[in-house]
Design a protein around this ligand. Sequence first.
Ligand SMILES: [Zn+2]
Length: 114
Amino acid sequence: MKKSIGMKSSYVLTAKSVDYEITETSAGNFALGFESKSGLFVVEYYGRSDTDINHEIKNWINKYKRFKFFYASSPKSAFIKECKNYHAFDKKKIDNKSHPIKPENTEYECPYCP
Ligand SMILES: [Zn+2]
């Protein structure tokens, strides 16, 4: 199976599943979407949390069906990764309409903006 953004397999998006899979309180990135008939995870939205990915993903329950996640070593690396995903994907195919916002109280810049 193709793993387009190098994350682990996808999980059903419920509070129980999120708590089961995301056991660390950590910054991180996540992708939300659904599984196609052929079993491919189709991404519809990318997100990140600078503090607690478990908490952030729960905001999207009932809006999307499945999730993937990846812990980040710092808010900065989570931001950079989110920028990379944002620039790499066809904007018409994902729900993200605006560029990722830098973490609060930082001056991090997107390295992928022209
Ligand atoms: Zn950018």
